[in-house]
Design a protein around this ligand. Structure first.
Ligand code: C5P
Length: 479
């Protein structure tokens, strides 16, 4: 029987298979197995009904696997880019080995710097085998300094990824220390840095780490993770797990495809998601906002070089990289957080704030009395957009709101622009049949004082990119 190995395939085919496998989050071998299985199934005679049903279910579950979260444009932008991966000393370093593979699957070239502590967890030998070149480990290694040197290590890459970023590495970066190769390279680089923190939840929650993190985000460092979950230490649960290698590779590709300096030096506030207005300890008033649009805008603004504060209501979408996220529940907390985030150049209010809250917030769970249903008295929430737009002092140059409408979309948005005193309104039709609420695409009508622009339907990421471009042009025009 003939045997075929991946090695025997030609380079162009291997590259395409590698990209395809990475897009589906599978190993190359699994991808090839899947292709062969599908091809074989297509040539088979139609199965009998019962088997067809079982086969259909299998097919269905395969389709139901998470949708590939990459676009061809993102792949193309990331391919052949140079990544400098700094591996810090934490147990999550073992995942960095997989990360190297994930980055290389996307055709990125990976050069690695390991800290002393990282070498206690994984060996330079395994790193070198996966990266295709020896990792750099010593600031005072004469040969390495002669060949490459820490300044070239800092200057050559398109993106620096730190994974795992330990509390110690973050502290060094925040202070500008440079007493080993990793910290010296990080101080010497002017490239975009993506940080994938990993540490014990108590270390992550420590005020010093949070202070360092805030400093790093202010300095423009992008962030992916950490995730919540079980720690390596038995019994430890909390926030501190390193993001999964696939997610880190995706964040790296996004940064490589989006990064520009269009909003460099600007401070941007974005509100996103719904608010939850408590009725009693277990019940609340909410709405169907997913936060996808607001989060996409925050991500795009950060990728364009802005210093971004995202004030988010309760959502399930992930925190965007490179953004300071303030998590709130109630409208009143969202307003307080927005005011605390000032001064800012631009404020974008994408949150679906509850217009009303319960007049009372019962300390005890309201019980069924067996007689009449209790009456729910409502009071109006503060209007965050109008409050910021009408500030006498410290008003951002550009205040932007959204109008989620189900009828007379543009007319209502024009009225809202005047009523709230903001500069632009992005109006969209959120009737259930549009699928915009919670969906991945959006159709925007941009209402400004000088007219209305009708944007084509596009992904929420596309809307975010278009908005950032529009903001950059407007700010430039005012300067
Ligand atoms: O009045 P309406 O809710 O339709 O206005 C929508 C716009 O106003 C959105 O930009 C939303 O974020 C903002 N808004 C707010 N605070 C409220 C209500 C709405 O910031 N209480």
């Amino acid at each position: 029987m003939a045997s075929l190995t991946v090695r025997q395939l030609d380079e162009a085919l291997k590259a395409r298979l590698r990209l395809r496998a990475a897009r589906h989050g599978r190993s190359m071998e699994d991808e090839i197995r899947g292709i062969l299985r599908n091809a074989a199934e297509q040539d088979e005679p139609a199965p009998p009904p019962a088997a067809a049903k079982r086969g259909g279910a299998r097919e269905g579950s395969r389709r139901a696997s998470p949708a590939p979260d990459r676009t061809p444009a993102e792949d193309a932008a990331a391919a052949h880019k140079h990544i400098l991966l700094v591996i810090g000393g934490g147990i999550a370093a073992y995942k960095s080995l997989d990360l190297i593979r994930r980055l290389r699957e996307r055709d990125m070239a990976v050069r690695v710097v390991m800290t002393d502590a990282a070498q206690r967890f994984i060996t330079p030998l395994s790193v070198g085998a996966l990266a295709g070149e020896h990792p750099h480990v010593d600031l005072f290694d004469a040969k390495s300094e002669f060949d490459v040197g820490h300044i070239r290590l800092a200057r050559d890459p398109d993106l620096v990824v730190i994974a795992p970023a330990t509390a110690d590495l973050m502290a060094k970066m925040a202070c500008g220390l440079a007493d080993d190769l990793a910290s010296a390279v990080l101080l010497a680089t002017d490239k975009k840095i993506l940080l994938a923190p990993a540490m014990n939840p108590k270390m992550w929650a420590n005020k010093a780490t949070q202070r360092n993190l805030a400093q790093l985000v202010r300095d423009g460092v992008a962030l992916v993770g950490p995730n919540a979950g079980e720690m390596a230490e038995s019994g430890e649960v909390g926030v501190g797990r390193m993001a999964e290698p696939l997610d880190i590779a995706r964040a790296a590709a996004t940064l490589l495809s989006q990064s520009s300096d269009a909003l460099k030096g600007l401070r941007v506030i974005v509100t996103s998601g719904p608010t939850h207005e408590p009725i009693d300890p277990v019940r609340y008033i909410a709405n169907r906002s997913s936060g996808k649009q607001g989060h996409a805008i925050a991500e795009a603004a950060a990728a364009a070089g802005a210093v971004v504060t995202l004030i988010s209501g309760p959502v399930t979408v992930a925190d965007p990289p490179g953004v300071r996220v303030v998590k709130v529940e109630r409208a009143r907390d969202m307003l307080r957080a927005a005011e605390a985030a000032l001064p800012a150049d631009v404020a974008i209010f994408a949150a679906a704030v509850a217009d009303w809250r319960s007049a009372t917030n019962s300390r005890e769970k309201i019980k069924k009395s067996g007689k009449e249903a209790p009456a729910l008295a409502l009071v109006e929430n503060p209007d965050i957009l109008a409050t910021i737009a009408r500030r006498k002092s410290g008003r951002p140059q550009l205040v932007i709101g959204f109008a989620a409408e189900t009828e007379h979309v543009v007319e209502n948005a024009k009225a809202k622009l005047a009523r709230k005193g903001c500069d632009w309104i992005l109006a969209n039709d959120v009737s259930p049949e549009t699928g915009i609420m919670g969906g991945d695409s959006n159709t925007i009508h941009l209402v400004t004082r000088s007219g209305v622009e009708h944007w084509p339907p596009q992904s929420k990421g596309g809307v975010a990119a278009a908005l950032i471009e529009r903001i950059a042009a407007a700010i430039k025009g005012r300067q």
